[in-house]
Design a protein around this ligand. Structure first.
Ligand code: GTP
Ligand code: MG
Length: 300
């Protein structure tokens, strides 16, 4: 059992992992590195630096690594779990600040935010600030007023034991950061933010960042559609169906009103059929998804 556990997801970070582990050890009782199928010396170096290494046989993704970290903390009886990146962007000397609100029992989730201090925000390339801002707005759309955050994408976060036990994350990629905040909101966990500095050494491409952002949005959509299948599919389906029926009635009445000429508005008739079929398809998708998800939940 360790009171304070630092967990570091790492994928091919042999250059930085050693110093991150050594520095983190000064502030916590135990350091665990989740080596996500690295093909370099990440695991060996982390071990030499004194970390407990949890290894994935193949690259399962950032979210899967967090899940492994949560599971380890759960079986370990950890009181405070803090995640930080293995690429050296998070300064381990900020660990005490990020865990403090959790240690004091004032928060269940504490985010090391890059945007609370305007000076530290300047360290981040502009296009990334823009992207993170957008993803944060999207994340905040689904949380209650009290839990709006400034940085929904930071990987530097501390969790209370209550949060560790409650959070059951499914997203395997970077979308996990938003999923955690939505799950935290659902479970009524208290979320706080403290300012942290990050170091960007100029590595990382724009293309990578765009793919990263699209991946996050895709997993947000996935989350919403599995949480509310009726809302996402059923409501638009019912709307299309209703418009289709109304248009159909209109086409029919016009047909009969056209007298012996029997004039059918063929375009409108086709549109009617399309709307009704689409509406029914969406509606059934919503219902089936709803049933599948409910069955799935019962089995768990
Ligand atoms: N487990 C796991 N971790 C990953 C994977 N990809 C990245 N990471 C780790 O997650 C952390 C953050 O990843 P980065 O790629 O640096 O993401 P970022 O900090 O949002 O983006 P950058 O600004 O490009 O650094 C680092 O510690 C990485 O080693 C992955 O596929 N699996
Ligand atoms: Mg990084």
């Amino acid at each position: 059992m360790s009171e304070i556990l630092a967990a570091i997801p790492a994928f091919n970070e042999e250059k930085t992992i050693g110093s991150v582990v050594l520095a983190a050890r000064r502030y916590v009782n135990e350091v665990a590195v989740i080596d996500d199928g690295s093909t370099d010396n990440t695991a060996a170096i982390a071990k030499m630096a004194g970390a407990h290494v949890l290894r994935h046989d193949y690259n399962r993704g950032y979210g899967a690594a967090l899940r492994t970290g949560f599971e380890y903390a759960r079986t370990n009886g950890t009181r405070v779990l803090v995640f930080l990146d293995g690429d050296g962007q998070h300064r381990p000397d900020a660990i005490p600040r990020v865990i403090e609100p959790v240690l004091r029992g004032e928060a269940d989730v504490c985010i090391g935010s890059r945007f609370l201090d305007p000076q530290s925000a300047k360290n981040i390339p502009l296009y990334r600030r823009f992207g993170i801002g957008l993803l944060t707005k999207l994340t905040n759309l689904r949380t209650r007023g009290s839990e709006k955050v400034r940085d929904a994408q930071s990987g530097f976060r501390a969790y209370s034991r209550k949060a560790v036990n409650a959070l059951d994350v499914r997203e395997t990629g970077m979308g996990v950061s938003a999923e955690i905040l939505w799950e935290a909101d659902k479970h009524g966990l208290r979320v706080r933010e403290v300012p942290v500095q990050v170091d960007y050494d100029g590595e990382g491409s724009t293309e990578g960042a765009v793919r990263h952002a699209l991946g996050v949005v895709r997993s947000m959509i996935r989350y919403v559609e599995t949480e509310h299948p009726i809302g996402v599919f059923g409501v638009p389906g019912a709307t299309l169906f209703t418009i289709g029926i109304a248009l159909g009635l209109d086409v029919t009445s016009r047909y009969y009103a056209s007298g012996p000429a029997r004039d059918l508005a063929i375009g409108d008739a086709i549109l009617t059929l399309l709307l009704i079929v689409m509406g029914m398809l969406l509606g059934f998708t919503g219902l089936i998804l709803h049933a599948v998800i409910a069955a799935n939940r019962r089995m768990r």
